[in-house]
Design a protein around this ligand. Sequence first.
Ligand code: NAD
Length: 490
Amino acid sequence: MHGTYTLRGAARNFIGGEWIAEAETMPAVNPATGETIGALPKSSRETAAKAVAAAKAAAPSWAATPVFKRAEMCVAIGAAIDAEREAIARLLSLEQGKILAEAMGEVGKAADGFRLAAELVKQMGGQTLPAEDPTKLVMTLRQPRGVYGVITPWNFPVNIPVEYLAPGIATGNAIVWVPAPSTSLVACALMEVIEKAGLPAGVVNLVIGEGATAGDAVVVHKDVAAIGFTGSAATGRRIAERGAGKPMLLELGGNGPVIVYEDADLDAAAAAAAGGAFFNAGQVCAATGRVLAHFSIVDDLCAKLTVHAQKHVLGDPFHQGTTMGPLNNAKVAAKVKEHVDDAVANGATVLAGGKPRPDLGGSLYFEPTIVRGVTREMKLNREETFGPVVPVIAFKDEAEALDLALDSDYGLSVGVFTRDVARGVEVAKAIPAGIVNINSGSTYWEIHLPFGGGSNTKSGIGRLGGMHTMEAMTELKMVTVTIDPKAAAR
Ligand code: NAD
C-alpha cells in the first residue's frame, strides 16, 4: 500500500544484531479484510534462549556505556521514528486496524517516549543517607537490572513496547522483546528503525512467536533478571507464577467505571465516556468499561451517548471518512459479541449498534454500541469487554454508585464527573484504582505520569510512566563506605 513502511526483507527475528529467519512461520493478517499480508516467525523456545544469550552478552558493555551516550542514543531513536512516522503509522493501521489519525498519534508518542527517557536518565540519581554509625558514608546507586524480558500486547503495538524499550535502553538494560503475534510486522518495523539509529548489537533483541512458547521461555529463563508485561490479567497471573521471584511490572486489564453524578456537565461526560469507549475501537485497558449514571440524568446521558455512537463511521481504516476500524482479532471480536448478547438475553436494551458487521469486508467489525439497563451480574459489568461498547448502569444515590464502582475485580482507571470537586476527591480516595480522573474520562494519561493497577486488584503491579518506569527497571543498590576503618573497630 502506498507510503506504508516496507520491511527490508521478510519478517524475521532480530538477535544479537542479526535478522534471523525461523523454520516455522505463522501468517500476518489484515484485520480489515482477513487477507494474509505476510509470514511471521513462529519462534521456538530455543530461539528465545538464543535471544537471551545475545542480550546477556551485550548487557555488560551497554551498562558500562556512559549515561549521556545512552541518552544520545534515545534521542537518535526518537528522531529515526519521527523520520518514518507516517510509514510506520500506515503499517500500524494495516496490521492493527486502527485509523491512520490514531496511528499517527501513537507513533508520535513513541518518539516522545524515547526523548523523555533521554531527559530523565540524565537526572536520575541515587541518594546519600544519614547513618547512626558516624564512620559510615551511605549511598544508593541505580543500576540496570541486566537482561530484561518485555512482552507486549496488540492494542498499542508501538507505544506499549516503547514504554519499556525507551527507559530500558536509557537505564542500561539489555532487552528481549516478545511482541503480540497479531502485530509483529509493525514490531519488525520499529526494530529496524531502532537498529538504523545505531543501537549496539544485542541491546534489544526481537523474538516473534506465540506468547505461551517464546514469551514463556523468556519468563522462565534463568538469565532473565526481570520482566515487563502488558496484557491480560489471566496471562499476567501466569507470568507472575512462572517467573516468581523476578522483579516485575505487570500492566493488566481494566473495567474502569466512568461515574456521572446528577450535577455533572453531561455534554462533557458523554463526550469523554464515548471517546473512551470508541477510541481504538475500545481496545484500551483504561477504556470506559462501564458508565454508572445517576437515575435522574440517565435518560439525557443515554441520548447524548447515542448521538456520539451514531456519528461514527465504521469501516476499513484506509477508507476516506472512516472513524473506527475493525477489532484486531477473532478472540476479541467473539468476546465483544458474547458480552453484548449476554446483556440483551438478560434484559438490557441496545440504544445504538450492538452487532458485528461482516458486510463491511471482514469478520472483525463491531458497531459502536450503547447498552442501557445493564445489571451487576451481566458480563458487560463483570468482565473487561475490550471493544466499542458503553454499558450504562443507573444508580440511585452516592452509596450505590460507590458500591457498584467497588464491586469489580479490576482497579485500573476511573472517571468521575461532578461539579462538586470535594465529592470527586472523596470518590478518588475510596476507589482502589491506580488512576482517578475527576471531570475527564478514564483514558486520560500522559507518558510521564504514573500508570498502573491498584493493590489487590486484577489490574497489575507497579507503575509505568516517566521516572516510575526508570526506577522499576533499575536496581536500587545501597553501598556503604567505612571512612575510617580504625575508628569503626574501636
Ligand atoms: P494477552 O495477555 O492475551 O497477550 C499479551 C501478550 O502476552 C502477547 O504478546 C501474548 O503473545 C503474550 N502471552 C500470551 N500467553 C503468554 C504466556 N503464557 N507467557 C508469556 N507471554 C504470553 O493480552 P492481549 O489480548 O494481547 O492484550 C489485551 C489485554 O492487555 C487486555 O486485557 C488489556 O486490558 C491489557 N492491556 C493493559 C494495559 C495496561 O497498561 N494496563 C495496556 C494495554 C493492554
